[in-house]
Write a protein that binds this ligand. Structure first.
Ligand code: FAD
Length: 305
């Protein structure tokens, strides 16, 4: 068995692998796609101490760093089942079973998409999902935010301080965000709110996004909005479906962890976007992965397995 078996090869999993390997313990990493969400990211400007980089470049550096240690990397393998016990087992989609004295889950999350024409085409060229990451790129421009829940309204408030104007678009007839956030939003001079609106298309000039269309669900009329960017805030889905029924998840599917990354199942730790960590960022996931690896190592030396 592995001393530490890590599931997930994004920033959290890679950081955990390096911390584990540096303890001289037998370490394995199973990942569906090494690099994780970073592979889908263009410019990264908030990875502290690196002024500017690109996702695939950072992912390659992550892999190179992990590979400089004695770590078994099992790429393009998907975990489908976890079973607790003195040795924790992880079943893969290809039928293989791996065992770990400790298992560290870092399977990340994915943004829910609008699934409208133009969204994929202009992803990273106007279509954005993370205001902390991409907000400053739209300084002085007009943008839209899709989604009137807490994350959409927080994003709109955040962006209003950076961009020229924000239009918040909500499908329902009212916003669902907490009242204090709605009050703050409505107090801002450069924000408009559109409710009962279904986004139907992202438009562009072939190079970058130029606007979007939505249908007014009351009048059924189609309207067009000229915006340089759209922040899609309709949900971040943790990759935890394969864990349902085995360890404690929040109603949203996030893995509950304590300060050391320990989950509800002994010997099983978790880190990064798949957990209850409130802010989902590369540098935070790396810190959490390192932290959980140290937590798992502590567990290992105390458990005597
Ligand atoms: P992930 O990166 O999601 O990695 C999860 C890993 O687990 C992957 O290897 C995946 O293949 C694997 N996996 C999932 N399920 C399974 C399974 N069942 N079995 C095996 N493996 C599995 N953050 C910033 O700090 N700055 C930015 O500029 C920035 N820009 C972003 C732009 C975009 C378009 C996106 C989508 C995200 C951006 N983020 C940015 C957020 C950042 O990418 C994430 O917070 C970070 O990657 C989370 O790391 P993670 O290791 O927890 O998960």
């Amino acid at each position: 068995p592995y001393d530490m078996l890590i599931v997930g090869g994004g920033p959290a999993g890679a950081a955990a692998a390096i911390y584990a390997a540096r303890k001289g313990i037998r370490t394995g990493v199973v990942a569906e796609r090494f690099g994780g969400q970073v592979m889908d990211t263009m410019g990264i400007e908030n990875f502290i101490s690196v002024k500017e980089t690109q996702g695939p470049k950072l992912a390659a550096a992550l892999e190179e760093h992990v590979k400089s240690y004695d770590v078994d990397i099992m790429n393009t393998q998907r975990a489908v089942k976890l079973t607790g016990g003195d040795l924790v087992t992880v079943e893969l989609a290809n039928g293989a079973t791996l065992r770990g004295k400790t298992v560290l889950i870092a399977t990340g999350a994915r943004w829910r998409e609008m699934n409208v024409p133009g969204e994929k085409e202009y992803r990273g060229r106007g279509v954005a999902y993370c205001p902390h990451c991409d907000g400053p790129l739209f300084k002085g421009k007009r943008v839209a935010v899709i989604g009137g829940g807490n994350s959409g309204v927080e994003a709109a408030i955040d962006l209003a301080g950076i961009v020229e104007h924000v239009t918040l678009i909500e499908f329902d007839s009212q916003l669902r965000a907490d009242a204090v956030l709605q009050t703050k939003l409505r107090s801002l001079p450069n924000v408009s709110i559109v409710v009962s609106a279904l986004t139907t298309e992202v438009h562009g000039d072939g190079q970058k996004m130029t606007g979007l269309s939505y249908t007014d669900r009351v009048t059924q009329e189609s309207r067009k909005l000229d915006v340089a960017g759209v922040f899609v805030q309709i949900g971040l889905l943790p990759n935890s479906d394969w864990l349902k029924g085995t360890l404690a998840l929040t109603p949203r599917g996030e893995i509950e962890v304590d300060a050391r990354g320990q989950t509800s199942l002994p010997g099983v730790f978790a880190a990064g976007d798949v957990t209850t960590a409130p802010y989902k960022q590369i540098i935070i996931a790396m810190g959490a992965g390192s932290n959980a690896a140290l937590g798992a190592f502590d567990h290992l030396i105390r458990s005597g397995v």
